[in-house]
Design a binder for this molecule. Structure first.
Ligand SMILES: [Fe+2]
Length: 197
């Protein structure tokens, strides 16, 4: 039987994560390298839903995958996955940008803490080492993300934790944007699907 994207993801998440010193620049990329070179897919895939960028986006974020240099004792969290087209083909060279609140629910609006961008590798993989973000105001915890395939339209969206008690009271929460969390709550996986044929 040909494995579907869902079964491949399931087996990946069931596999024990590679243990690397948390906070090192290579932490998330050691996990990214565990992702298969090409995700399996048995049909068309739904595009990732758009969401608002909110009021806290700052342009010109630094290019990096490790955001933890100012993390102190804040709990670490890594995000990773693929950028794919609607036929589940990997998109290399796509820009992936992240920005989020810290563990107090605060954004750094004068500097670039908890802000970064990078490009997907030759297999369409992306990953960031950062901290666990916190809720603020009416918002359940979320990571803001922008993804853009070379020369294509920008996708602005947000990623959420599964089963967070505040998800049910945040009118912006979308269950289609929930990460698959593994590694004892320290890693979130999400594959972005762009409207590219
Ligand atoms: Fe936000």
């Amino acid at each position: 039987m040909t494995p579907t994207r869902r079964t491949v993801l399931k087996s990946l998440l069931a596999a024990p994560p590679v243990i690397v010193c948390t906070g090192s620049a290579s932490h998330v990329w050691s996990q990214v390298s565990e992702l298969p070179p090409t995700p399996s897919c048995d049909g068309g895939s739904e595009q990732t839903p758009q969401q608002t960028a909110g009021p806290f986006y700052s342009p010109n974020s630094p290019r990096r995958s490790d955001l933890t240099e100012d993390a102190g004792s804040q709990p670490r969290f890594s995000l990773l996955g693929f950028v794919l087209d609607t036929r589940c083909r990997a998109i290399p060279g796509a820009t992936v940008e992240i920005w989020h609140a810290d563990e107090q629910g605060e954004y750094d609006n004068s500097g670039y803490r908890w802000r970064a961008h990078q490009f997907t590798d030759d297999s369409g993989r992306w990953g960031f080492d950062t901290i666990k973000t916190r809720h603020y105001s009416f918002r359940t915890p979320h990571y803001h993300i922008q993804v853009q395939a070379p020369g294509r339209e920008l996708l602005t969206t947000q990623l959420y934790f599964p089963d967070h008690p505040r998800n049910g009271t945040d009118r912006l929460f979308d269950p289609r944007l929930v990460m698959a969390v593994s590694d004892q709550g320290r890693t979130g996986r999400f594959d972005f699907v762009l409207p590219v044929e």
